[in-house]
Design a protein around this ligand. Structure first.
Ligand SMILES: Cc1ncc(COP(=O)(O)O)c(C=O)c1O
Length: 433
């Protein structure tokens, strides 16, 4: 059995481009996934793991949720592919209608219009294009530590230099980065900074993750989004909330922006939208979308071959129904509170200077430090590897990657959390011994 895993890894080494799959020479990373169900993943030697990542926060209703799988299978047998912006299929219209209902109709009593895409970064790029067309302005304000994906458009607004710098001579550089506030006291300075940027440039949009994900589960102070809304209104810019990570219940509400009582002009959605098919969406208020985009005269100026893929749409409709019927956003809030309580207890035992938990809903993190308060990225990595050996799948985040992220399926049970906390406690005691 072990041989099979080695064959996969060996083939990847030989035939996949470098710089994609990270492979440890000692065989400790990665595992080769063979199947998954709910919280559980099996590798190709039959070993079982609990997945505390939901595979990048995608499997919100659990891996291979049977109702989502059946919806996808039926659709595959019926219509596997249609013609994006040309001859449509019914589910594309139905999903656009559903997204309008869940977003702008529910929260702002107006219609929302959708552009479908495949990946999260494309949804961000569709929003950036929309903002440019709607305002006629080129400048975008984004935040330090932001992650908006790696396409040439989105990359302009993704903060980390190791993603941007190899390509800096080709990307446009239309973004001004400002600090992401951590506490209320940061807001006054931020307001001044935003006003200065708006005076200096013709700002068309502020692009923001309401809670930063890959940047380290960073939760802003209460007035943050309201401040952005105010600045956008004052200066005629659009507010784009990138909820690719936080959307569909991850933080205990359907959308993280709801925690802050703010309605953006444009929402970027992806990941959990389908529970496992590459489909994403940029949803905007009807006013902004119609201002930005002219009627098509037969040649859409923004489209792609797989736009509104029928299988993705069928899965998304099933996934939204599953999230709604099982009240998974509320469950995320409830289980998240319990999980955060456990992480806090654990942090107290290991030492609060070393372990700092935070999070909202089931978007949780434990930030690790050395005793001299410097970020402990290598400790985080060794804990993650140790937990993989114990049968738990986790990922680090932040820069440096000293943060353990916990984003399990929203169906996670108490017993899964208890098991993880027990193993995590043992691993932390060992590394900090
Ligand atoms: C907030 C946010 N936006 C955009 C993206 C990019 O999505 P994708 O990797 O599907 O392009 C991500 C991915 O992690 C994300 O977290």
């Amino acid at each position: 059995m072990k041989k099979k895993a080695n064959k996969t890894i060996d083939q990847l080494r030989r035939f996949e481009s470098r710089n994609i799959t990270f492979i440890e020479p000692d065989g400790s990373w990665p595992i080769v996934w063979e199947r998954a169900k709910g919280m559980r993943v099996w590798d190709d030697s039959g070993r079982e793991y609990l997945d505390f990542t939901a595979a990048f926060a995608v499997a919100a209703a659990g891996h291979a949720n049977p109702r989502i799988v059946v919806a996808g299978q039926r659709q595959m047998a019926k219509l596997l592919h249609a013609m994006g912006d040309v001859h449509p299929h019914a589910l594309k219209a139905e999903l656009a209608r559903e997204l309008s209902r869940l977003t702008f109709e529910r929260l702002a009593k107006q219609i929302g219009k959708t552009i479908f895409c495949s990946s999260g970064f494309e949804a961000v790029e569709a929003a950036l294009k929309t903002a440019h067309l709607a305002t006629g302005r080129t400048r975008v304000i984004a935040f330090e530590d932001a992650y908006h994906g790696l396409g040439y458009g989105a990359l302009n607004a993704t903060w980390r230099s190791n993603f941007r710098s190899p390509f800096r001579r080709q990307i446009g550089g239309f973004t001004s980065f400002v600090p992401f506030p951590r506490v209320k006291a940061d807001l006054a300075k931020l307001e001044q900074r935003l006003a200065a940027e708006c005076r200096k440039h013709k700002v068309g949009a502020i692009l923001v993750e309401p809670i930063q994900g890959r940047g380290g589960t960073n939760i802003p102070p209460a007035g943050f989004l309201k401040l952005l809304r105010k600045v956008c209104n004052q200066h005629g810019a659009l507010l784009i909330c990138d909820e690719v990570y936080t959307g569909f219940g991850r933080t205990g509400r359907w959308f993280a922006s709801e925690h802050f009582g703010v309605m953006p002009d444009l929402l970027c959605l992806g990941k959990a939208l389908t529970g496992g098919f590459p489909l994403s969406a940029c949803v905007g208020s009807v006013e902004v979308m119609d201002r930005a985009w002219p009627e098509s005269n037969g040649e859409a100026i923004h489209t792609s071959t797989f736009l509104g893929h029928p299988v993705g749409c069928a899965m998304a409709i099933a996934s939204l129904r599953e999230l709604e019927l099982r009240k998974l956003p509320a469950r995320s809030a409830e289980m998240g509170q319990l999980f955060l309580g456990e992480l806090k207890r654990l942090a107290k035992r290991i030492g609060r200077a070393r372990c700092r938990p935070r999070g909202l809903g089931l978007m949780l993190a434990l930030e690790l430090f050395y005793d001299d308060s410097t970020p402990a990225a290598d400790i985080a990595l060794s804990v993650i590897k140790r937990l993989l050996k114990d049968g738990f799948i986790l990922l680090p985040e932040g820069d440096p990657a000293n943060i353990l992220a916990f984003t399990p399926p929203l169906t996670v049970g108490k017993s899964h959390i208890t098991k993880l906390i027990r193993s995590l406690g043992r691993a932390l005691e060992e590394v900090y011994a």
